[in-house]
Design a protein around this ligand. Structure first.
Ligand SMILES: [Fe+2]
Length: 255
């Protein structure tokens, strides 16, 4: 399996706090079936700046540690970029890392509780440059939870979305689990990722998420999600099914 979103690089964001923790997490990733992982430290989120050149260097150093410890995980440099007013400048200044070497897939996160009003315009502007936007964990965004049509509109315009494996299996609670299931069932997500952080109760649950996906929606969804992760890493087209609008059930606390 390929993991397109993880915070394994030590001491640069809210992920791993030491190389020891990073190596342990890498071992856990391998145990869960992951062979290759993107290192996606937060960038430009108001707390963390992780410039392209630094992430490339730190990822190479981490790969050397992994090789020395004989942990069979291939790591690649990338970023999880917060939507912000300086993003277009950062793209112009070549300070943004993508999921792939062809600079096609950009991992974009919104603030936890909001999708800023300028997002539509900025995402359109980014896409005009031939960049595909991957939305990070829409299932945990409070505004999207309240107004799922925001996600539908972005996907319809060509964005793709990642759902965190742990969200889909219920680690963040029933509400996030149900919304994750709805997002996936309405073809509003295209891949599972770990978004691994070194936190209590945050284990690798990719295998479990894929198993549940197979049980809920069938083997073809499993295969599609797995292949999509490979396609994104290689800069190729992902398979997309026709997105459907999520209609919230008014009188139930669910979707
Ligand atoms: Fe993340």
């Amino acid at each position: 399996m390929i993991d397109l979103h993880s915070h394994l690089l030590p001491n640069i964001d809210d992920g791993s706090k030491s190389i020891r923790a990073s190596l342990r997490m890498a071992h856990e990733a391998v145990e869960d079936g992951i062979e290759a992982a993107l290192m996606t430290p937060h960038h430009m989120n108001g707390h963390y700046m992780n410039h392209k050149a630094d992430v490339i260097r730190l990822t190479q150093e981490f790969q050397a540690h992994l090789d020395k410890e004989k942990i069979p995980l291939q790591v690649f440099p990338s970023q999880e970029v917060r939507i912000n007013g300086g993003l277009i400048d950062a793209l112009d200044n070549d300070d943004i890392l993508f999921a792939d070497e062809d600079n096609r897939y950009l991992l974009l996160e919104f603030p936890d509780d909001d999708v800023p009003t300028y997002s539509d315009d900025m995402i359109f502007n980014i896409m005009q440059r031939g960049i595909s936007v991957q939305i990070a964990h829409p299932e945990r965004n409070l505004k999207i939870m309240a107004q799922p049509d925001i996600l539908f509109n972005l996907i319809e315009k060509g964005a793709i979305a990642q759902v965190t494996a742990s969200s889909y299996v219920g680690t963040f609670g029933k509400k996030v689990e149900k919304f994750s299931e709805a997002i996936v069932a309405h073809n509003l997500a295209h891949v599972f990722v770990s978004d691994a952080h070194d936190l209590p109760n945050r284990e690798y649950e990719m295998r479990q998420a894929f198993h549940k996906l197979g049980t809920n929606l069938g083997k073809q969804y499993q295969q599609m999600f797995e292949k999509n992760a490979e396609a994104i890493l290689d800069g190729n087209n992902v398979e997309k099914l026709i997105p459907e609008m999520i209609v919230k059930r008014r009188f139930f606390n669910g979707f």
